[in-house]
Design a protein around this ligand. Structure first.
Ligand code: ADP
Ligand code: MG
Length: 574
């Protein structure tokens, strides 16, 4: 196979003078945070009311309201504002609130964040590094960039949230080893295992639950106070207040309602245990023991809970890293990266692609071109050829996923390379190149080497993959691996048999005069047998029948070759 590599880190940087001050943005599900760097120190931007966490809530009642004010409206009337829009970024153009799409709502949040930064810094802000979850696919990443563009921000780079957290801890500064990034936020739980070598961040495994977070603890508290009620969100904010206070106090009361730490811990224990169960599953996936984890970085507001810290410490048998603000750390890491990029520093920060990328080959099989977990940016090329004689076009179907068959992977798009000169099967040399940029976005190009004709597409999938889909696809892969391989071998046997049938039939059409009638009859009969066998799922029989036919047609092939040489020589003077 002809594989080619470019040098890592070959991405263009904006000119320093074009950039005033680049900020780092943690565009969170529950809260968003903005930070910037000053003399290499990341600093969080505080809003007018002196807080750094800006609720990711938008209301469209009188103009556009974002943040605390929108959250206040939400408290009054749950229908008056939209929250947690990040959950819908996998289907970015499907309206989720009034007629607003996730991209538009995210753009409104980003516009607000940009304005906050400009106000605080006293200068205009045009460039940003924005963080996304490690499991965000192409669609969600592109959607995040689109939202930034609408908000008037140029995205220097999208980086993964766990990577940003690791950067904030300075784990890129010569520290090597495997780290766990434990992110327990408002609505989601994410665990990532990062391997750090020479400043290269490789996501070894990620896992999580997109419906497990601080919100669930709030719900337990509301149920404890009022009994199970459908509209627990009405009381969520008071429950949240109690919960947050109990991270520093033994008891809480507002005069009417009471909660003590012990009760809170009883209520939340099962939810916290769920997170460590997921951790052990992810370790299993990565074939690692808890003792192989060098450190655990705590991310997300819910890791402020003492019980969470105690559980994580016990599970990983090490005290988690908690000396940074867990809800600011992602933005701080993004700010460091933004600063590094604008100053053109050559920190080699590489993320990886979460799912393998490849193309469809004969028989509906996926040939992987860039395997999962390859550091980006990356460009890889592979040569392919034509299947049929006289074939003048190639369909290039781009797929994402770990499985062997097209039907089990996700289609990212397809295009046709046409204008290939008519040649015998297998003579054309088509180079297909996959380039994934530093943001994880893919461009596919194809070029026929002899003529130089080429086609290029930027793959922007029209529909998204949910986080659950991603988890399912990864899980399916490990469960189905063996079955997939069998299926792949069967399909390959079929493709080979069909190729044989096709070429023999066309040879018989042209050159049957070279054979005796009974020889033709034998070949035709074996052809029929193979055609029938190919329809079955019996790989052994298909291979057997192919072998027999190819042996019995060898003589015919030799005669054809002689005859063609003879034809070519006739009339020529030697
Ligand atoms: P996200 O990443 O989902 O945007 P955050 O990291 O901001 O969310 O986490 C928000 C969650 O953290 C909320 O459920 C909030 O109640 C919880 N949280 C914040 N501070 C504390 C605290 N001191 N104790 C317990 N939970 C907290
Ligand atoms: Mg977060």
């Amino acid at each position: 196979m002809l594989l080619q590599l470019t040098e890592p880190g070959m991405t263009s940087l904006p000119h320093a003078e074009d950039v005033h001050k680049a900020i780092g943005i943690d565009l969170g599900t529950t809260n968003s945070v903005v930070a910037y760097s000053e003399n290499g120190q990341p600093i969080v931007i505080k809003t007018r009311n002196g807080v750094s966490l800006i609720p990711s809530v938008v209301s469209y009642n009188e103009g556009i309201t974002v943040g605390v004010d929108a959250l206040d409206q939400l408290k009054q009337d749950p229908k008056s504002a939209i929250s947690s829009v990040k959950r819908f970024m996998a289907t970015p153009s499907k309206p989720v609130y009034q007629d607003k799409t996730p991209v538009e709502i995210s753009a409104d949040i980003l516009t607000f964040l940009k304005a906050q930064a400009e106000q605080s810094l006293g200068q205009s802000v045009t460039h940003a590094v924005i963080t996304v979850p490690a499991y965000f696919d192409d669609t969600a990443r592109q959607a995040t960039k689109d939202a930034a563009k609408i908000a008037g921000l140029t995205v220097l780079r999208l980086i993964n949230e766990p990577t940003a957290a690791a950067l904030a801890y300075g784990l890129d500064q010569g520290i090597e080893g495997i780290y766990a990034i434990y992110d327990f936020g408002g609505g989601t739980f994410d665990i990532s295992l990062l391997k750090l070598t020479h400043g290269v961040f490789q996501v070894l495994a990620t896992g999580g639950d997109t419906n497990l977070g601080g919100d669930d603890i709030d719900e337990k508290i509301v149920n404890h106070w009022f009994g199970p009620s459908e509209n627990w969100r009405q009381h969520q904010l008071i429950a949240r207040q109690a919960k947050e206070a109990l991270s520093n106090h033994e008891t809480w009361s507002d005069g009417k309602l009471h909660l003590d730490l012990q009760t809170l811990e009883n209520l939340s224990l099962s939810l916290i245990e769920k997170t460590t169960q997921i951790c052990s599953q992810v370790l299993l996936d990565a074939n690692l023991g808890p003792d192989e984890i060098k450190g655990v970085v705590m991310v997300g507001g819910s890791t402020r809970m003492p019980l969470v810290r105690a559980h994580v410490a016990e599970f990983f048998k090490t005290d988690p890293l908690t000396d940074m603000n867990p809800d600011e750390i992602v933005a701080l890491g993004a700010a460091l990266q933004a600063d590094g990029l604008t100053r053109g520093s050559n920190t080699l920060l590489l993320d990886v692609i979460p799912l393998s990328l490849g193309i469809e080959t004969m028989g509906g099989i996926v040939e992987k071109i860039i395997p999962r977990n390859t550091p980006i940016p990356i460009t890889l090329a592979q040569e392919f050829t034509t299947y049929q004689e006289g074939q003048t076009a190639l369909k290039i179907h781009v797929l994402q996923g770990e499985r062997e068959l097209v039907d089990h992977c996700r289609s990212l798009g397809e295009f046709i390379l046409s204008g290939i000169p008519s040649m015998v099967a297998g003579a054309a040399r088509v180079e297909i190149m996959f380039a994934v940029d530093a943001d994880g976005l893919l461009t596919v190009s194809a070029q026929e080497k002899m003529t130089g004709i080429s086609q290029k597409v930027e793959v922007k999938p029209s529909y998204g993959l949910t986080e659950d889909d991603l988890i399912r696809m990864l899980k399916d892969n490990s469960e189905q691996g063996a079955a997939d391989m069998q299926q792949r071998l069967l399909v390959e046997a079929r493709v080979e048999a069909e190729g044989l049938i096709m070429s023999l039939e066309s040879a018989l059409k042209v050159d049957s005069h070279l054979l005796k009638l009974e020889e033709i009859a034998v070949l035709r009969q074996e052809l029929e047998v193979l055609k029938e066998t190919v329809k079955t799922n019996d790989r052994d029989q298909i291979e057997l029948a192919s072998k027999k036919l190819s042996e019995n047609s060898q003589n015919f092939a030799a005669m054809r070759l002689n005859s063609s040489i003879y034809q070519q020589l006739v009339g020529k003077t030697i």
